[in-house]
Ligand binder design. Structure first.
Ligand code: GLN
Length: 310
């Protein structure tokens, strides 16, 4: 293994990109959210930030994209802060082995989602945040701005409205959970919060900065603000490791070896605790809704740098 402080990540990025370019990317952009169809499928960006403040970027790393399910982790951080261990009475911590929007398991499990990162789980987190706040959408985005240190981070009403127009499966999930008593607020209010949560836009540079506190045991290294306890930070990384890629979480863990989270906008965030956070964006997705080149890039990256959590 190379001395970790001397690695030139930029040259590794270019080398891997050349490798990726040699093969076709057969994936397609998400089309079930109409607005996501309008994204150029061949965008590709990377941004890595180390805990000692070094930045490395490649390609379209300064272009905003819809972070989609990656935002579920931020909802988890805030809900866990507010609820402490009571949170786990309403949502589990087990990998689901089912697609992100699956209804099947939820009936067997009597309305308790397997984990907070599948849609059902994030809808419960949304319900919890709606219960805690007078002005949930504003208070949540203020939290994201604080964690990221970037006051311009915002929702996209265009993306949220687009998802709302076709979000029937999410409506089914929330209704099913309400029938089991695991949703306390009005279904439409919870869905509105959830669609906005998923509509947040960031660049790779912003995304990697936002998630850096999870590489630093809950502290934002750029301002020393403690966002969450060391123990909670560990647990959130563990949930990403086990559940961040739905029914492909084993594959991501096997090939990449870092906790991570994907979104159907084609983004992936991955954390190397005590070292760095890295964001990758490539909109073409596989059948499981995960970015094909994003996953492949991270596989080659941890192989090339000989550094993962294992
Ligand atoms: N907003 C998307 C949905 O609910 C999020 C899915 C994802 O990014 N995997 O379907």
């Amino acid at each position: 293994m190379q001395n970790k402080e001397s690695i030139n990540f930029n040259s590794i990025f270019s080398k891997i990109y050349c490798e990726l370019e040699k093969t076709d990317d057969p994936g397609e952009v998400a089309s079930y959210i109409p607005e996501l169809k309008n994204v150029d499928p061949d965008k590709f960006g990377i941004h890595l930030i180390t805990l000692d403040g070094r930045h490395f970027s490649f390609g379209n790393s300064d272009e905003k994209f819809s972070i989609q399910s990656i935002a579920k982790v931020l909802a988890l951080v805030l809900a866990y802060k507010l609820e402490d261990e009571k949170l786990w009475e309403r949502v589990g911590v087990e990998p689901s082995g089912t697609p992100f929007n699956s209804l099947v398991q939820l009936e067997y499990d009597k309305g308790i989602p397997r984990n907070p990162l599948i849609n059902a789980g994030a809808l419960v987190l949304s319900d919890i945040l709606v219960s805690h706040f007078d002005d949930p959408k504003n208070q949540f985005i203020e939290f994201v701005r604080k964690v990221s240190g970037i006051p311009e981070i915002d929702y996209s009403s265009r993306i949220a409205d687009s998802e709302k127009s076709t979000g029937f499966t999410n409506a089914a999930l929330v209704n099913l959970m309400k029938s089991f008593g695991n949703i306390r607020n009005e279904v439409d209010v919870v869905l509105d919060f959830y669609f906005n949560l998923c509509s947040i836009e960031m660049t790779c540079a912003e995304l990697s900065k936002t998630f850096l506190f999870l590489a630093d045991y809950g502290v934002c290294p750029f301002n020393n603000e403690k966002i969450i306890s060391t123990s909670k930070s560990k647990r959130i990384n563990a949930i990403m490791q086990l559940c961040g890629f739905y029914d492909e979480a084993g594959e991501f863990s096997f090939k990449v070896g870092l906790p991570g989270k994907s979104g159907v906008g084609g983004g992936i965030i991955a954390i190397h605790p005590n070292r760095y956070s890295i964001a990758v964006w490539s909109p073409r997705l596989n059948k499981k809704g995960n970015s094909i080149r994003g996953m492949k890039f991270l596989e080659l990256f941890t192989t090339e740098t000989e550094a993962s959590i294992f």
